[in-house]
Design a protein. Structure first.
Length: 79
């Protein structure tokens, strides 16, 4: 059986931002962000996924990486 891997930790490293600060900017509970980073999430709310993608793209634009993140960057399916 495959497993869905959440790559939020990798993205935050690329953007050089710590999870707690990110949770404040994205307006998501920090425990939710940490659960996602540690792949301990049992369920995901669509509004949280949207807030995460909006926030990482805003941060990416602010620091000038030129990268646009989408859903495929946030999740990976491993068999």
């Amino acid at each position: 059986m495959g497993k869905l891997v959440i790559r939020l930790g990798d993205i935050l490293e690329e953007l050089n931002i710590n999870p707690y600060k990110f949770s404040q900017i994205a307006k998501i509970r920090h425990s939710t962000v940490y659960d996602m980073i540690n792949n301990n999430s049992k369920s995901l709310r669509i509004e949280n996924i949207e807030a995460i993608l909006d926030t990482v793209n805003e941060l990416s634009k602010e620091i000038g990486t030129g990268k646009q993140y989408d859903i495929q960057d946030l999740f990976k399916y491993k068999k």
